[in-house]
Design a protein around this ligand. Structure first.
Ligand code: SF4
Length: 451
C-alpha cells in the first residue's frame, strides 16, 4: 500500500513538473478570458437543510462546525478515492478549515469553482512545495517582541492569534498552520502594549492574525481599549476575512464595541464577486453604520480572479456595497501556494485594462510585497513615455499619445513680479474678452503681461 502511494505521488509529481514546464504567462490576453463559471449560491438548503436560521446565523455555531477533515468534506463535495488519499496527505502539512457558510457558496460539481479553489486543498500544495519560502516577508525577523512587527517607522502590526475560521489556500502565513493553534497570552499582550507605549513614532496600529475576530468581543475590547488609550496612536486598523468567510461574526455586539474606539478602519479580503452575498453585504453595512470604513485587499490568484472581467466585476460589486477596492496583491512567494501564483505582468495588465474603463474609485493599486522584507511596491503600466523640463509624452488608456506642457516651478519672486505686472496693466485685464480665447490670443496676452 505504501509503495503504491509512493508511486502515485511520484507520478503526480512528474505531471506537475511537466505542467510547470509550459511557458509562463497568460495563455490568452485577459480581455479574452471568461469569468469563472458561476454557481448557484444556494447550497445551504442542499447541505444544511436541517439547520434553522437562528443556528445558522450564530457565528459560534459556524465556527464550531467548521469542516476540518477530508471525510467530512466528502459529505458535501464529490472526491474520488485517489483525490481523498492525496488530500489527506496535503492536510497533514497544510490543514483544512472551511466554515459551513463558505462551503455553501461552493459549486460541488465544478472542480474549477473559484470559491472551491480558495478553500479546498490541492495536491499541488505539496507537489510544488519546493518553490517559495516559509516566511517571504521575514515577519519573524521584524518582530520586536513576540507578535509585534515594527517594519515601517510610524506603523506596527499586532498579531494576536494564528487561528482563522477558514484556512485560505493562498495564505501568506501558511507557515503558522502547523505550529499549532495559539492565542497571545496576557504576558505577551502586555509586552506588546508596553512597546507601543514606549514608541511615540507609532501612530497607526494594525491588528491582524490569523484572524483577530476569532477572539471573543470581550477579549478584543480589553486589548483595543488599551491601544486606544495610548495618546500617540491615531488610528487602529483591523485585518480580517470574517466579512467574507463568516459574516455572521459581524454582529451588533461587535460593532457597538468597535464604535467606541474609533477611528478604526477595517481591511477585509474579498477575492471574487461571488463572495459578495446578502450576508457579506449586511456585515459590511453594519460596520459602515458603526463608523468603521471598510477597504478591500484582494490577492491575485491564478484561475480564480486573474482576468480583467472578474476584477472589474469584483470592484464594481464592492463599490455597490460601499467597500473601497484598496489593494490587489501579487500572491506572495509562500511555500504551498505556487500553483495559485500568476506572473507579475498579469496584475499590471489587469490594472491597465481597468484604468480609464471604469472610475478611478474602482481601480485598486496593484502591490508586490517584496520578498526578504523589502516592503510594498505599487506597480502599474507606464503612461509616461518620455519627459524633459518642457514637456511629457503621455500615453492615455486607449494607447493614444499626447504632448503635455510641463509647467515650470516658479520662484515666489517671479510670481510677485507677474502679480505686479498684472496690477499695473489693469486695463488689459478689464478689457479682455473672456468669453472666448484662441490659443493665439492667450499666448499674446502672456507675452504682453510678461513684457
Ligand atoms: S484569513 Fe487571512 S490569515 Fe487567515 S488563512 Fe485566510 S489569508 Fe491567511
Amino acid at each position: 500500500m505504501a509503495d503504491k502511494m509512493k508511486t502515485l505521488i511520484e507520478t503526480r509529481y512528474k505531471q506537475v513538473i511537466n505542467l510547470e514546464q509550459k511557458p509562463a504567462g497568460l495563455k490568452k490576453l485577459p480581455e479574452e478570458e471568461d469569468e469563472p463559471p458561476s454557481s448557484k449560491n444556494d447550497n445551504r438548503s442542499k447541505f444544511f437543510h436541517n439547520i434553522p436560521d437562528y443556528i445558522w446565523n450564530d457565528w459560534k455555531w459556524q465556527f464550531r462546525n467548521r469542516i476540518t477533515t477530508i471525510d467530512q468534506l466528502t459529505d458535501f463535495i464529490p472526491l474520488s478515492n485517489e483525490e481523498q488519499a492525496q488530500l489527506k496527505l496535503v492536510i497533514m502539512r497544510y490543514p483544512l478549515s472551511i466554515t459551513p457558510y463558505y462551503l455553501s457558496l461552493i459549486d460541488p460539481d465544478d472542480v474549477n469553482d473559484p470559491i472551491r479553489k480558495q478553500a479546498i486543498p490541492s495536491f499541488l500544495e505539496i507537489a510544488m512545495d519546493s518553490q517559495g519560502m516559509e516566511d517571504p516577508l521575514t515577519e519573524r525577523k521584524a518582530s520586536v517582541v513576540p507578535g509585534l512587527v515594527h517594519r515601517y517607522p510610524d506603523r506596527a502590526l499586532v498579531v494576536l492569534t494564528d487561528i482563522c475560521p477558514m484556512l485560505c489556500r493562498h495564505c501568506t502565513r501558511k507557515r503558522e498552520w502547523h505550529h499549532g493553534r495559539w492565542v497571545r497570552t496576557d504576558e505577551e499582550i502586555e509586552a506588546m502594549l508596553e512597546y507601543l507605549c514606549q514608541n511615540s513614532n507609532i501612530r497607526d496600529v494594525i491588528i491582524s492574525g490569523g484572524d483577530p475576530l476569532t477572539l471573543t468581543t470581550r477579549r478584543l475590547e480589553s486589548i483595543i481599549s488599551r491601544i486606544r488609550a495610548i495618546s500617540h496612536i491615531e488610528i487602529i486598523r483591523i485585518g480580517t476575512r470574517f466579512p467574507v468567510v463568516l459574516p455572521q461574526r459581524i454582529d451588533e455586539e461587535l460593532c457597538d464595541m468597535l464604535s467606541k474606539y474609533g477611528p478604526i478602519w477595517l481591511n477585509t479580503h474579498f477575492n471574487h464577486p461571488r463572495e459578495i452575498t446578502p450576508q457579506s453585504a449586511k456585515a459590511c453595512d453594519r460596520l459602515l453604520r458603526s463608523g468603521i470604513p471598510v477597504n478591500n485587499q484582494a490577492v491575485l490568484l491564478r484561475g480564480i480572479n486573474d482576468s480583467i472581467k472578474t476584477q472589474l466585476k469584483l470592484c464594481h460589486e464592492l463599490l455597490r456595497i460601499k467597500v473601497r477596492p484598496y489593494y490587489l496583491f501579487q500572491c506572495d512567494e509562500v511555500q504551498g501556494t505556487e500553483h495559485l501564483r500568476t506572473p507579475v505582468d498579469t496584475g499590471i495588465k489587469i490594472i491597465e485594462g481597468m484604468r480609464g474603463h471604469t472610475s478611478g474609485l474602482a481601480v485598486p493599486t496593484f502591490i508586490v510585497d517584496i520578498s526578504h522584507g523589502g516592503g510594498k511596491v505599487p506597480l502599474e503600466s507606464n503612461y509616461v513615455l518620455s519627459q524633459n523640463e518642457n514637456e511629457l509624452i503621455l500615453k492615455n488608456f486607449e494607447g493614444d499619445i499626447y504632448h503635455y506642457r510641463n509647467p515650470k516651478y516658479s520662484e515666489d519672486s517671479q510670481i510677485e513680479e507677474i502679480v505686479s505686472a498684472v496690477n499695473s496693466t489693469g486695463d488689459i485685464i478689464r478689457n479682455r474678452d473672456l468669453s472666448f480665447r484662441t490659443q493665439g490670443a492667450e499666448d499674446a496676452d502672456r507675452v504682453s503681461l510678461r513684457s
